[in-house]
Write a protein that binds this ligand. Structure first.
Ligand code: AMP
Ligand code: ZN
Length: 479
């Protein structure tokens, strides 16, 4: 890795400012990402958030930090609304699909990993489903009882928000704004003290009498509330405080607010130093959400024969803190840009082979600088892509000013953050089989055996090439 002279600045939702990133421990970064809820496919909005988090992780690694990345999988107890109302989504989906809740969770977790791989998103170093961390969640709830921040009713165990100062420090909402959203829940549990108190543990009572996933606890059989898993899993692997906690903007007001309350009340220390949130992907200018049923999956894109990395490119072309409206037209444009980038890399590879030895590395340092400046200024991926294209345009204008090898190696270096698969590009040179067929067809053609010549042309097409008859003879070109 070449030297990086830039300091990384990131926007901290907690302070509402861009701050210079300073890790809690030298050279190491603890990073926690809220993982998927696995009762359905991830939609491309969810995936936008995972791409932003991947770019963050890669930028930290590019800067020389050793990153310990932790993620949960929500495979239990995530209810139909953030106010803890309604059914358990997993239970509901299992009934709908006629499968067990465990099968549903396994199936959609596996599909999530398929998507992550296709998008070149690095897998977290430690991944734990909520159902594998019940002991740890119970432990934190017990600790909250000891600290006087939890109470029990016939239906559930709740966090007592009135016992935690600064409950809304992340969202900066007024508590009165929250009461409205949570009011209905008081009807569901008449013993709840405040409408904005949130569940730490649900008992098998009332609407959850027949809940399938259940565990023993000091409060009887039941299952954990949604927020507690992230407090338990982050602390298990990263301790407290850790460096960066991430998620989508929808988590600011409820989920992350509750995580902070639980973890900080339990351990008397801050949960994370920096909080980073990715803005939403919109569809037809509205929210794309699993519960809305308007969502597009990566599978939809694949069926339409898009390269999944074109979607990654599209996401990179907007800043992670800006809303991005998804349109098919914008995806086509992203795919074209990516194809052009790939074509340039292929050309560079050929030229790097023949022109090795020219030393003009100096010509590229300004592009490296502007790439890093953009990226290290709160992950400005659009600016970083602009630096890439500036360099490509300059190269195409005056190739003699550049050493193709250095340009190629710099682009590979950039791609360690962009993740567009530049190093994995296969050569488009036809295989020996294709070349042999082209030769054979040429003989038929010279002998005016048109039908046979056409049959071979079809075979070449089936192998992904077409034949162009030039003044120097036939050439096989990639379709
Ligand atoms: P979920 O599986 O619903 O818990 O969501 C997984 C991640 O996607 C979370 O970080 C959410 O904040 C995020 N998210 C949900 N909807 C969107 C959206 N439309 N655009 C971007 N991120 C989203
Ligand atoms: Zn979380």
């Amino acid at each position: 890795m070449e030297e990086v002279n830039m300091t990384l600045r990131i926007y901290n939702t907690l302070t509402r400012r861009k701050e210079v990133f300073r890790p809690l421990r030298k050279d190491r970064v603890g990073l926690y990402t809220c993982g998927p809820t696995v009762y359905n496919y991830a939609h491309i909005g969810n995936l936008r958030t995972y791409i932003f988090e991947d770019v963050l992780r890669r930028a930290l690694e590019y800067s020389g930090y050793k990153v310990k990345h932790v993620m949960n999988i929500t495979d239990v107890g995530h209810l139909t609304s953030d106010a803890d109302l309604g059914d358990d989504k997993l239970d509901r989906e299992a009934r709908k699909e006629g499968k067990s809740v465990w099968e549903i969770a396994k199936f959609y977790t596996d599909r999530f990993w398929d998507d992550i791989k296709r998008l070149n998103i690095k897998k977290a170093d430690h991944i734990l489903p909520a159902t594998k961390a019940i002991k740890e969640q119970v432990k934190i709830i017990r600790q909250l009882f000891k600290r006087g921040c939890a109470y029990e009713t016939a239906q559930a165990v709740y966090f007592d928000v009135s016992k935690f100062k600064n409950y809304t420090k992340l969202s900066r909402q007024k508590l009165s704004q929250k009461i409205v959203g949570a009011r209905e829940e008081i009807v569901a549990d008449p013993d709840k003290k405040n409408p904005y108190d949130f569940a730490l543990w649900f008992k098998l009572a009332g609407r959850f009498k027949n809940h399938i996933m259940r565990w023993s606890s000091p409060w009887g059989q039941g299952f954990p509330g949604w927020h507690i898993e992230c407090s338990a899993i982050s602390t298990k692997f990263l301790g407290q405080p850790f460096d960066i906690h991430t998620g989508g903007v929808d988590h600011i007001g409820v989920h992350h607010t509750n995580e902070i309350a639980q973890s900080e009340a339990a351990f008397g220390k801050p949960l994370a130093k920096y909080w980073m949130h990715g803005e939403f992907l919109l569809i037809d200018a509205g929210k794309m959400a699993k519960s809305e049923g308007n969502f597009i999956t990566l599978g939809t894109l694949l069926k339409k024969e898009f390269n999944p990395l074109s979607y990654r490119y599209l996401v990179l072309s907007a800043h992670y803190r800006s809303k991005l409206n998804f349109t098919w037209k914008s995806l086509v444009a992203a795919e074209n840009s990516l194809k052009n980038l790939y074509d340039f890399i292929r050309k560079l590879k050929e030229e790097a082979g023949s022109k090795f030895g020219i030393k003009k590395a100096g010509a590229i340092s300004k592009y490296k600088k502007s790439f890093e400046e953009a990226l290290f200024d709160d992950l400005g991926a659009p600016g970083a892509l602009a630096a890439v294209w500036d360099m490509i345009r300059a190269y195409n204008k005056q190739p003699a000013n550049f050493n193709p090898r250095s340009v190629l190696s710099l682009l590979y270096n950039f791609d360690s953050i962009l993740g567009l698969g530049l190093k994995d590009l296969k050569s488009e040179k036809p295989s020996r089989k294709v070349l042999a067929l082209v030769k054979k067809r040429e003989i038929y053609r010279i002998n005016k055996q048109w039908q046979k010549a056409d049959e071979i042309r079809a075979k070449v097409w089936a192998l992904g090439y077409f034949i162009e008859d030039s003044s120097h003879g036939p050439i096989a070109k990639k379709q």
